[in-house]
Design a protein around this ligand. Structure first.
Ligand code: ATP
Ligand code: MG
Length: 569
């Protein structure tokens, strides 16, 4: 492609709303343009990058034996009624009516549609297993679309669905997809981890997320330094510690005046104890009912674990005002003693002795608070977030926390959808059985953003070679000089004849702005027809990633670069 003919509107300015670097660079580099909130057009360069991801995903899905289909994006509400998700899915599902007043939605995911295909088209165990996938636009009316391609309302997803005769078969399909995902993200050139994950709204029993490691990730991962254990903190379980046998003697409950002493740290300081000896009391709306949640003062509530522990569909923390309006309790002085609200405690709480907690009265705390004697939680369980003071649940090793961007998610679904939608086949013993399903997503457009979050510098993008829209950019620094133009054209033809993706910067621009744009766009190799060409008839090759330079003869550059790129891919 010739730069002069390409719609490639680069900009110096960073859009003010772009909070993360991938969003800034994708706009500045002319890859994407916003249509409206959470909806973007892929301009030619952006579409090329997207295609690179799509190609890898498609090749590896096919290699794993999955079959590509294309389902409609608009889905009838009836199917969602059948699965029970019309009620459950909430406002992320964009619903509307057609001219006949029938209800429809825009597909945020396709379990219903694909299960409908299975029940119509697969009658016998002989047809199974089957894995169907598509690469298609999804719509989710996200509450806060942000970060450019990372969290859109409209985005490109690869979604796959497996159908097996039994659980053993479904496990096999799951493992096949897990391998395929490893190959996909390795081939994309990304630093990623597969982590144990919460199954979320899609449901099911078992799942892994594929996370690209990057500081801007919205997820936190806990990774063992010694073994292969890695999990999303939403999922990471903490084993109950045995309650120490050498317990301190139990003190009396004493009400103490603590005027203006509110935060855990302040309370600990005031009583000259560690924060871990204070009980932190928070309030949540759990399916609209207020519930008190207790964790040790130095811990954090993990809301997904809390939600799962309580089997709730919706939880939200209450703020100071809500706590006062709804419960007449003073934030800062909350505690479990004498509370007329359901109390849920983290398992650690039950091992605490002579702890400190709020007295539910302004300016007052209790000392000598002993769980079991002074209050009895209705539910006790694992609801706090794991941290680096914990040990690996698998091997006992040290843990570290890292931020990650979720680019893929695989689930074992079981028979939830097939039971609800009566999707059955006849097994070898003549019995009607429900398909055992799995589903497997990749955020194809999010991968482009994640690649940039992980690979950039102050000058711009540093694309991993497999995802780069162009592999090589040729800079003609003498666009008005016939000799320069001839050399650049020769290189362009040579490289293309070796099957390389090449952008020829033939614009009548200053060298400085050509260098800047090349850096901004993140094309892995830059070939410059410049000063060395004038002096020695040679060209300069530079790696965007390492900055390493070499001088090449004009002749043979194509073969040389083709070799270099082939061995790096
Ligand atoms: P998240 O927790 O980020 O909302 P999810 O669990 O809702 O993701 P899935 O339903 O598993 O996501 O969808 C499969 C993949 O689609 C995700 O792993 C992610 O890469 C991508 N994805 C999900 N929501 C969005 C979005 N709003 N914008 C871009 N990509 C998305
Ligand atoms: Mg989501």
């Amino acid at each position: 492609m010739r730069y002069s003919q390409m719609l490639l509107p680069t900009a110096k300015e960073t859009p003010s709303e772009a909070e993360v670097v991938s969003h800034q660079l994708l706009v500045r580099g002319g890859f994407i343009r916003k249509l409206t909130s959470g909806m973007y057009t892929f301009l030619p360069l952006g579409f090329m990058a997207l295609q690179k991801v799509t190609d890898i995903v498609r090749q590896e899905m096919n290699r794993a034996g999955a079959q590509e289909i294309l389902m409609p994006m608009v889905q009838p509400g009836d199917l969602w009624q059948e699965s029970g998700r019309w009620q459950k899915y909430g406002p992320e599902l964009l619903r509307f009516r057609d001219r006949h007043e029938r209800e429809y939605c825009l597909g945020p995911t396709h379990e219903e549609v694909v299960t409908d295909i299975a029940r119509r088209e697969m009658q016998s165990y002989r047809q199974l297993p089957v894995n169907l996938y598509q690469i298609q636009t999804k719509f989710r009316d996200e509450i806060r679309p942000r970060f450019g391609l990372m969290r859109c309302r409209e985005f490109v997803m690869k979604d796959a669905y497996s159908f097996d005769v039994d659980d053993a078969g479904a496990s096999q399909s799951y493992e096949t997809m897990r391998d395929a995902y490893h190959r996909i993200f390795t081939r994309c050139g990304l630093d990623f981890r597969a982590v144990e994950a919460d199954s979320g709204a899609i449901g099911g029993s078992f799942s892994h997320e594929f996370m690209v490691l990057a500081e801007t990730g919205e997820d936190t991962l806990v990774i063992c330094r010694s073994c292969s254990y890695a999990a999303n903190v939403e999922k990471a379980a903490i084993a109950a510690k045995p309650i120490e046998s050498t317990r301190k003697p139990v003190d009396n409950l004493v009400r103490a005046e603590t005027p203006g002493i509110k935060k855990v740290e302040k309370v600990a300081e005031f009583f000259k104890v560690r924060p871990s000896e204070v009980i932190k009391t928070l309030f949540y709306h759990v399916d609209k009912t207020p519930v008190a949640v207790l964790v040790r003062g130095d811990r954090v509530v993990q809301s997904v674990k809390l939600k799962n522990l309580l089997g709730a569909t919706d939880i939200a923390p209450l703020d100071e005002e809500q706590i006062w309006e709804q419960l007449r309790l003073p934030a800062g002085y909350l505690g479990p003693v004498g509370l007329a609200v359901k109390v849920v405690a983290d398992q650690e709480i039950m091992g605490m002795v002579n702890s400190i907690a709020g007295a539910n009265e302004k300016g007052h705390h209790f000392t000598g608070v002993n769980p079991g004697r002074d209050f009895q939680p209705e539910v006790v369980g694992d609801l706090r977030q794991i941290d680096t003071s914990d040990h690996c649940p698998s091997c006992g090793g040290d843990l570290e926390l890292k931020e990650g961007i979720e680019v893929g998610h695989i689930f074992k679904l079981g028979t939830g959808y097939s039971d609800a939608m009566h999707a059955t086949f006849q097994d070898s013993d003549g019995q009607e059985k429900s398909f055992v399903m799995g589903c497997y997503g990749i955020g194809v457009s999010r991968v482009v953003a994640a690649a940039i979050e992980q690979n950039h510098d102050s000058k711009g993008i540093i694309f991993p070679l497999p995802l780069a829209p162009f592999q090589v950019i040729i800079l003609n620094l003498g666009p008005k000089d016939e000799r320069y133009c001839q050399a650049a054209e020769q290189l362009y033809t040579d490289l293309r004849s070796h099957g390389l993706d090449v952008l020829l910067d033939d614009r009548d621009e200053r060298p400085g702005s050509k260098f800047n744009d090349a850096d901004l766009l993140g094309i892995p190799y830059r070939l410059t027809v410049g000063k060395i060409f004038a002096e020695e008839g040679k060209v300069e090759l530079r790696s965007r990633k390492t900055g390493a330079m070499e001088v090449l003869a004009l002749e043979g550059s194509g073969a040389y670069l083709a070799d270099l790129i082939q061995s790096a891919l």
